[in-house]
Every structure is written in structure tokens, then in C-alpha cells.
Design a protein around this ligand. Sequence first.
Ligand code: PMP
Ligand code: GLN
Length: 381
Amino acid sequence: GHPALAELGTTVFATMTQLALEKDAVNLGQGFPDTDGPREVLDAAVEAIRSGRNQYPPGAGYPELRAAVAAHQERFYGLRLDPAREVLVTVGATEAIAAAVLALVRPGEEVVTFEPYYDSYAATIALAGGVRRTSLLRFPDFAVDEASLRAAFSPRTSMVLLNTPHNPTGRVFSREELELVAELAREYDAWVVTDEVYEHLAFDGRRHVPIATLPGMAERTVTISSGGKTFATTGWKVGWLSGPAEAVAAARAVKQFLTFVGSGPFQPAVAAGLGLPDAVFERLAASMAGKRDRLVSGLRTAGFEVPVPEGGYFVLADAAPLGVQDAVQLCFDLPDLAGVVGVPASAFHDSPRSAPTLVRFAFCKEDAVLDEGCRRLARLR
Ligand code: PMP
Ligand code: GLN
């Protein structure tokens, strides 16, 4: 088989959700909401199905969704895109990441990414024959370490794969941190592919800064997002990428043979969602910040050391104060010990030794579920 196959295994999210179902545990593992998002978005999907939009959409996606993505990037970030040439609709952000990496990385070239990283990054870089070079974000503040980031670059670097707001650390990278990434990308003439699926989930008045908005970066940046997190429709798998026409065309060439097209009637529904008033996006972030607070305080009561996430769906909690030495073992035992499922942070690292006692918990759940999860975890003390 492909030389990368040995490295792939089964994704930790599928394993952990399976475990939660088998053990009837509270699932704070896989990041998916347990309630529906905006009514308008759901109604638009029903309407699209009823009105017969059930066949293959165009290869680049329905024009109304491409136009809605361009309008959204201009409304929130002042980025101007030509929807015909600079936007591609994909099957979730996952396919956008795969299409961009497979299109832009040649075998043997290096891709710089922060560690911990979302699991599909390592797999996709390996499938492209690329080499992953990482810079560690360290507990508890997960700040960018300039020396280690510089050291990850080399003359073979062809891409930086960025994610902000960040899964699993909850960081929302500052403008200064992004300026450093941008400076290095320009110095090494590298593409930046930036995964911004949590773009509307920055908390406490923080602003998400798309790296494409920094000086000189739009021409070398491919920006990726998805409707899943923003509209609580992770099962619809409507994603997109945008950027320079040449990069979008290359990703489109790959995408044709990954899935051809996808998510037909859900595309116009996500287009409707992207056009909702600012207040809807603000309410979403405020509600998620409240859930974050609930989980952080519950985990602290249960004895974990927990930094406060700045954005996204997740918190990384240290189980060391509970006497835990191996978070992988803890996560396999947790359904029996406490009736809760979490994900060991090592799933997002090259080496299990990098974060041996950290567990990722998701807070994109109903308040009652978060409270019950925390109540159960308090048994660990
Ligand atoms: N990137 C990150 C950082 C994620 O957390 C996820 C998980 N939803 C994805 C990409 C995948 O997004 P999608 O479901 O749209 O493929
Ligand atoms: N992105 C979600 C997470 O990090 C899950 C996606 C998946 O299961 N692949 O939990």
C-alpha cells in the first residue's frame, strides 16, 4: 500500500465516540454540537430538497454559495474575492485541507505546522509525500515560540499549515504571532494554508485575525472554513477554500478526483447562513463562551489544571494534579472510572511524550450535559 498507510490507523475521534456509545458515557470527546443551529439554515436545506436541488452541483460549488463566501470574507474581514475564480466549495474543511495540500506540496517538500495539530494534517501531509516539521505550543499558555518556529523552516519548506482559532489548545493567535508566521512564509516563499473553521468562536472580545489580511499575504494564502462549526451542522460537510486563482484552480483539479462534488442541497442552506446578521454570529460566540466557563470551572472543581481557552470548541486539561501519569490510559479507563469520554492530547502530537498528562474535552454541548460530565469527573478526586 501507500507508504503513509502505516501511519494512518483509525482516527481517535471515531474510536472515542464508539467507546462513549458502548459505555453509555457522557461524550466530551469528539467535537460536535448536540443541539441544532439557526432555524433559517435548517429551513433553507429543507426548501432546497423540496425544490428539487438533489443532483450534482457544479464542480466549484453552487454560485450562490461561492458568492456568499466572498461576501462573508468582505463583510467580516475586508477581503475581496472573485467568487468565480477564487472560491471553491469542498466536502467539509477536511477535503479543502486535503485538496490544498495535495495540490501545492510536492513529494519531499516540507510543511510547517504547530503541534498539537488537528489529526488530518499529519495524515494529509503524509499522503502528499510531504514532510511534517512542527513547532511546539506548550501548556499552559500555548504561545508561539519564535526560536522553535524559525527552526522548523528550511529551504525545503513549501507550506505553512496554520489553524486559528486552534484545535485542541483553544488559542486564538494574536496579530503579532501571525505577523511572525507571515514574515517567515514570505522569507521562505511558502504557501500559507489556514484552517479557520472556528473563525466565529473567538471569546472575551477577541477578534479572529485571518492571516490573509496581513500585508502581502493574500497572494500566498489559501483560507479554509466550513459551515459545520458556525451553524452546528457538522454532518452536512459543507466547506470551502479561497485564495489566489492559481491555487484555487490547482485545488479544484485535485478535488475533482477526491469527491467530484458534494453536499448538494446543503450548499444553498449554508449560503443562507453566511448571510445572517452579525448579531447571530455574536450570539453564537457568547453562548459558546458561557459553555467554556461552565466546563472550565467544573473541571477545576474535579481537580484538573485548566487554562482558559480563547476560542473554539475545546479545552486542554492537565490530569497530573489528580496523580495521572498517562492520559492515554486515563482516557481508555475514564468511561468505566467516571462515565465520561475525553481525547488524549497525544493524538495531536508526533510523540506521546510531548503532552503525557493532557486531556482534551469538548464544551460544544448542552449545559446539562457539561454539568453531568463534570459531576461524574469529580469522582476522580
Ligand atoms: N479543522 C479543524 C481544526 C477541525 O477541528 C475540524 C473538525 N471539525 C475540521 C477541520 C474538519 O472540518 P469539517 O467537518 O468541515 O470537515
Ligand atoms: N473536528 C472534530 C474534533 O476535533 C471531529 C472531527 C472528526 O471526527 N474527524 O473532535
